[in-house]
Design a protein around this ligand. Structure first.
Ligand code: ADP
Length: 393
């Protein structure tokens, strides 16, 4: 069988992450990262099998970065055409109301992504840089895969904020959600793992960014991220849910500008804001040593999780499965145990031994008599993007 591969690109404001994926086999052939683009200390890392090549030195812009990456594919391997590249898949955070699935990028789609920059100011401009240079340098179809697409079908009652209707419509303010590619992939994998589609599921994507979704029979019915990825759970450096009046208060009382408050809520809050550390492992280590700020931060984090699980169970009128995914979800057995203990009233029973096992495989960690199945399923957004791109083509 001839191999077909997709180069998946996640372009950030000063970085390009990439992975060459075989979507049919579900394998990654090569991966890498260009970071600190535009600075003197740019860094490029390319991995192919056992080979790891690192390059330090200034990379002026995204175009120069991608050109270097393509050189490395040619020099270090794998040779892209021999590897059967058929498309480039681009991660795009904000697809607004326009995209309920992946789209082949042409001038019009690119323009729509540009038009959506006000709704995704931290992400879409950065994605566009990657899209522009990749389309220039690589003559294959380019596909945009949107983080918001899985949530385009949310019921109106969960997508609508109780905001003045005219204002909300004029400025397109609604719940768009994010991490949709992961929630779709993981909820699909959970259904496959459990051998049934008629499921009421909660997916907890707990990485640096964190979000939760409620999924009924494969369709998302609610999700914690909103107009932007700021809403919802406590994250590495984002507040998650907060009374919006905190914005007025900070503006009036502290004289902070809107940009300063944006930066405070997105980059200097969450675990980092509460403790100085945005990595869950570090916060836990300090909590174990008795650091009060870290103990409180973990309590706030867990309390928020618990509230969402309770709320989404009520929204769905029941719950069959909870699935943990992403960095903390996949690896943090203490957090999983604490949450599940507090859900014991719903009949959740964790198998403590299974919960403690470290693995990269999808697995069940509840006991056979648990009334709700609890799973850990590693997310793989790159594979999901590659598969969606391939299916579209
Ligand atoms: P991103 O959202 O940046 O893609 P990841 O999904 O890789 O992030 O998750 C990164 C986070 O996962 C880290 O910040 C860390 O808090 C958490 N994490 C990873 N391993 C563990 C672990 N063993 N225990 C607790 N937290 C972990």
């Amino acid at each position: 069988m001839t191999q077909h591969t997709v180069l998946v690109i996640n372009s950030g404001s000063s970085s390009i992450k990439y992975q060459l994926v075989d979507p049919e086999a579900g394998t990654s052939l090569a991966s890498g990262l260009v970071e600190r683009i535009g600075e003197e200390t740019s860094h490029l890392e390319h991995k192919y099998g056992e080979k790891v090549v690192e390059i330090d030195g200034p990379i002026a812009d995204h175009g120069a970065g991608l050109r270097k990456v393509l050189e490395l594919f040619a020099k270090v391997g794998p040779n892209l055409s021999e590897a059967g590249i058929v498309a480039v898949g681009h991660r795009v955070v904000q697809g607004g109301k326009y995209f309920s699935g992946p789209a082949i990028i042409d001038e019009k789609v690119e323009q729509k992504i540009r038009d959506l920059c006000p709704l995704g100011p931290l992400h879409n401009p950065a994605h566009l840089k990657g899209i522009e240079v990749a389309r220039e340098l690589m003559d294959v179809p380019h596909v945009a895969v949107f983080d918001t697409a899985f949530f385009q079908g949310l019921p109106d009652e969960s997508a609508t904020y109780a905001l003045n209707r005219e204002v909300a419509e004029k400025y397109e303010i609604r719940r768009y959600g994010a991490h949709g590619t992961s929630h779709q992939f993981v909820s699909g994998a959970a259904a496959k793992f459990l051998g049934r589609d008629d499921l009421k599921q909660i997916v907890l994507h707990l990485g640096n960014g964190a979000s939760v979704s409620a999924v009924v029979n494969g369709h998302a019915v609610d999700t914690s991220m909103g107009l932007t990825p700021l809403e919802g759970l406590v994250m590495g450096s984002r507040t998650g849910d907060i009374d919006p009046a905190a914005v007025f208060h900070l503006h009036r009382q502290a004289g902070m500008s809107i940009d300063e408050i944006d930066d405070l809520f997105n980059k200097k809050s969450g675990l980092r804001g509460l403790t100085g550390d945005n990595d869950m492992r570090e916060v836990q280590r300090r909590a174990a040593e008795g650091d009060e700020t870290c103990i409180l931060a973990l309590a706030v984090y867990n309390h928020r999780l618990l509230k969402y699980v309770g709320a989404y169970t009520a929204v769905m009128g029941g719950l069959d499965a909870i699935t943990f995914t992403a960095g903390a979800g996949e690896n943090d057995s203490d957090m999983r145990r604490e949450l599940c203990e507090r859900l014991a009233f719903m009949g959740v029973k964790l198998d403590l031994e299974k919960n403690a096992v470290r693995s990269k495989e999808p697995r069940e960690i509840s006991t056979p008599d648990s009334s709700i199945r609890v799973l850990v399923i590693p997310t793989n957004e790159e594979l999901a993007i590659a598969q969606q791109a391939m299916t579209l083509l």
